[in-house]
Ligand binder design. Structure first.
Ligand SMILES: Cc1ncc(COP(=O)(O)O)c(C=O)c1O
Length: 410
């Protein structure tokens, strides 16, 4: 028997392993993985970029770099962030190996075992797993179609003897719920947190993937709002735009938080791959990012539209969802009688997978939702998948209706 540390006991990391396996099974119709589309990656542009690099820069690709990030990438990021209204001059940017590393660094920086942190319920499972690994006690706050439930948040904050270390949110095209916080909800949240010493972690992994340019102003980061006394750490990622294979993310924080984060990163991996940072810098600086994002928005919107149409056409009554304005996900709410985990087992037998809502519940209990990811679906499979799913759901509804009334109420 090994004397493993308690960090290995994160229940959600088992869910993630399963999720990764299920996302890529041969012959499956998979709504499971929250990943960009394999066929949309900018392979030709990256080929061209690498082949045209000066030899000196090519050699740099193979070398270690500064822990805080490849300076030209930090400058490019600074410009992109300034355009979003973020305080990228007074605050500091740390390049990380994926934004999950940023979440991990922030958690190491602030959380001792048993500390309380607040997160949305549902919440990105990768973040839950990090929080569990560092022994945080996670309190989930419900969300609705406009954002976090302010009343519930206030109640939780008022009930706590010691303040939580931070609140983690994904306001733009939430994973898994697909929602976009309204401006009103953003302001209400900032008002509640103002002056409380509760740090806000704003995870903006999907903000650039709005489907309609008129929605772009709605993705304005909370960290760019003026007039509130809230310490916000903003995190972002290249995973959903350039590709997760880059393992490139970043965080923007106060200089004090940045300094400690740099030390933690130094101990973790010394630096993020120079290779990937150089390719990403060139991609931005040669002006490829903007047209590529326009292209992605069209492609993902088409998949969302097909899914939306198919769901409307085939889903039985009682299944509810909010049509997303960007991102990768549709979050289906099931009637009381239907359990997502039971559905999953039956769908798997038919070669269809998705992720059960329980995976995204910090308590790992809610079984009344499922996440459909449309991003990496071949367009022609989407309706087929929805038909299969609706048939299985109808089967479960019928099974329920044939139960004796006493059993229905259990
Ligand atoms: C909300 C959210 N944040 C962060 C990440 C992690 O991204 P990265 O690949 O940059 O670590 C994901 C990936 O699915 C995500 O959905």
């Amino acid at each position: 028997m090994y004397a493993f540390s308690r960090a290995v006991n994160s229940m959600h990391s088992e869910d993630i392993k399963l999720l990764m396996k299920q996302s890529s099974g041969e012959g499956l119709i998979s709504f499971a993985g929250g990943m960009p589309n394999n066929d949309l990656f900018p392979v030709a542009e990256i080929d061209e970029i690498y082949n045209n690099l000066d030899d000196d820069i090519k050699k740099l690709c193979f070398q270690y770099g500064p822990t805080t990030g490849y300076p030209p990438l930090v400058r490019s990021l600074q410009n992109l962030m300034l355009r979003k209204g973020l305080p990228a001059k007074s605050d500091k940017i740390l390049v990380t190996t994926g934004s999950l590393q940023a979440i991990s660094i922030i958690t190491q920086e602030f959380v001792n075992e048993g500390d309380i942190i607040l997160a949305e319920n549902p919440c990105f499972v990768g973040a839950i797993s990090v929080f569990e690994t560092y022994g945080a006690k996670i309190i989930g706050i419900p969300i609705d179609k406009e954002g976090i439930d302010i009343e519930a948040l206030e109640k939780v904050i008022a009930s706590l003897k010691s303040p939580p270390k931070f609140l983690y949110i994904t306001p733009n095209f939430h994973n898994p719920a697909g929602i976009l916080y309204t401006e009103q909800r953003r302001r209400a949240l900032l008002k509640v947190l103002s002056g409380t010493d509760i740090i806000l972690i704003e995870d903006d992994a999907y903000g650039d993937l709005f489907f309609d340019s008129k929605d772009q102003p709605l993705t304005k980061p909370l960290k760019s709002y003026k007039g509130y006394d809230v310490d916000i750490i903003y995190t972002g990622s290249f995973s959903k735009i350039l590709g997760p294979g880059f393992r490139l993310g970043y965080m923007l924080s106060s200089p004090e938080i940045f300094e400690k984060a740099e030390s933690i990163k130094q101990a973790l991996d010394a630096c993020t791959s120079n290779f990937m940072q150089i390719l990403a810098t060139e991609f931005i600086e040669r002006g490829y990012l903007r047209p590529y994002l326009d292209f992605l928005r069209i492609e993902y919107r088409e998949r969302k539209d097909i899914l939306q149409r198919s769901l409307k056409k085939h889903m039985p009554k009682g299944i509810k969802w909010v049509e997303p304005q960007g991102g990768f996900y549709m979050w289906l709410s099931l009637p009381d009688q239907v359990m997502a985990t039971a559905l999953f087992k039956d769908c798997l037998k038919q070669g269809l997978v998705f992720v059960t809502g329980r995976t995204f519940d910090p308590e790992n209990v809610n079984d009344d939702h499922l996440r459909l990811s449309f991003s990496n679906m071949p367009k022609e499979d989407i309706e087929k998948g929805v038909i299969l799913l609706s048939q299985v759901i109808r089967g479960h509804l019928k099974e329920f209706e044939t139960l004796e009334p006493s059993k229905q109420n259990q």
